[in-house]
Design a protein around this ligand. Sequence first.
Ligand SMILES: Cc1ncc(C[n+]2csc(CCOP(=O)(O)OP(=O)(O)O)c2C)c(N)n1
Length: 328
Amino acid sequence: MTNLSPERQYAMLRRMITIRRFEEIASEKFRAGDIYGVVHAYSGEEAVAVGVCEALRDGDQIISTHRGHGHCIAKGADLNRMMAELYGRADGYCKGKGGSMHIADFSIGMLGANGIVAGGISIITGAGLASQMDDKGAVAVGFFGDGASNAGPFHESINIAASWKLPVVYVCENNQWAVNVPAEESVATPNVADRAQGYGIPGVIVDGNDVYAVHNAAVDAVARARAGQGPTLIEAKTYRHRRHTERLDQPDARPPEQIEAWLQEDKDPIARMISLLQSQSDLLPNERLEELKTIVEEDLATAVSFAEKSPFPSKESALEDVFSGLAK
Ligand SMILES: Cc1ncc(C[n+]2csc(CCOP(=O)(O)OP(=O)(O)O)c2C)c(N)n1
């Protein structure tokens, strides 16, 4: 199944539970009016970010989407600064002026979330080109949704990356819906990965709720990229547990029975990982699992209290770090 050590598997599970709980807490705080802007929760898709990022090493870079908290956490972002950013506070990643969709941490190779659907795909292709020119073997990974795969940047970027053999891994998180549009109405091929053939690169379909399957696919794609063989398109089939955003005044067109089916333990990526670790390999005693969950709760309680104690940015700082405007 995997040759990951137990410790690495515990670390992966811890990150998946952290993502799930971060999203639950962020959603609750958003509804309570403590968080500004909007929250697009990644719940249900945790195995994709964690499975892929576990295949990376220091120096590799990723880019994310509007649904970006999971990618940040999987790449090792600081929970305190993330939560403070959602709260709009001065100690947040963007000093409280960016919010949920603009978290970036270049020091860990997290090039940013992005409110422009498909915008990140071009940026990560540029990162791949930079990496090729640097020649240090770093790989660039772009996460995006099925909706983004219909936009121009997807096609233009993959074409150039394939032509120039850039060290990029494109990870389509096909959660089957773009807001309220089902993928079968907007993607003309049965699978997004089928499109890879048109660009002359491998297209790999993977069960996006199986963290081991995602990880294995990512290990292969990353090795290929590092070896100078060019990009791979991975399509991870998954589902988002929550509505498109946490705003309750917008409809959720997904059939309730579909949502219900994907919430079941046999589909849930975290329940599946726990079940594999406990029933098939006997690797995770209940006490260890409870210990992991407690650590996650403590980490997130610390993050919330860090955010709540942090001041709002001062009025005087409004025009700092702004890259457009009138010249003096
Ligand atoms: C260029 C652009 N067009 C439209 C939007 C509005 N919008 C925000 S999220 C979204 C759907 C994205 O779907 P998908 O790429 O599948 O990602 P998911 O939300 O399913 O994770 C749209 C159309 C946008 N933010 N940017």
